[in-house]
Design a protein around this ligand. Sequence first.
Ligand SMILES: C[S@@+](CC[C@H](N)C(=O)[O-])C[C@H]1O[C@@H](n2cnc3c(N)ncnc32)[C@H](O)[C@@H]1O
Length: 218
Amino acid sequence: MTTKPPVNLWTSPNHARDYLGRADSIAHRSEGESALLEFIPANARRILDLGTGDGRLLALVKSDLSASGNGIPEAVAIDFSPTMIEAASNRFAGDSSVTILTHNLDHPLPALGKFDAVISCFAIHHLVHERKRALYTEIHSLLNPGGVFCNLEHVASPTPRLHGEFLHRIGYTPDTEDPSNKLLDVETQLQWLREIGFVDVDCAWKWRELALLVGRQS
Ligand SMILES: C[S@@+](CC[C@H](N)C(=O)[O-])C[C@H]1O[C@@H](n2cnc3c(N)ncnc32)[C@H](O)[C@@H]1O
């Protein structure tokens, strides 16, 4: 008997382009992004962005850090979609502080050195639950002491009714929602982060299925 691989449509150019066309209009995302910026250490020198897309979140973090006068941090941005890699390459063209890597997060991260902040936005929920937890463990081992993991994520609603309401508010239905989504509740993910050894673990912001999960390396 063969097992079907989990659905992930993000390597399709149309899927990626459709997202990029509506990324700015996702309800409440800018609130979550602003909340995330508060957790990035002001003296962060190296940042890793997982599932960077066109580099939107990384650009916000870099701009916020450079505005605070602490210099420009080095960054590594990872994605596996050729369309997104091209979009991120265009965004950071001429910026030698950013390295863009093609990598499928279904597989262990390559050797990348240590980071002061690992960030991610609306990406890790495309991995199966087992891989999410394994990735969180890899992230913990990549962080310098005092480093932070900030995952602005699409999480599961507590009930089907709340899930339906969320979809309605963002213009989707259960039939049109992205089949790549593998949503998991906040509590399980916070518990995993604590078990792995992160400290100060919290859901620092939430609007319906959009949540900012944060943990620090001790
Ligand atoms: C909803 S988009 C978010 C992009 C970006 N972080 C943002 O905030 O706009 C999800 C991103 O995760 C990437 N992604 C999904 N599954 C992935 C995987 N297995 N490995 C690497 N990247 C993945 C997609 O290619 C896409 O760029």
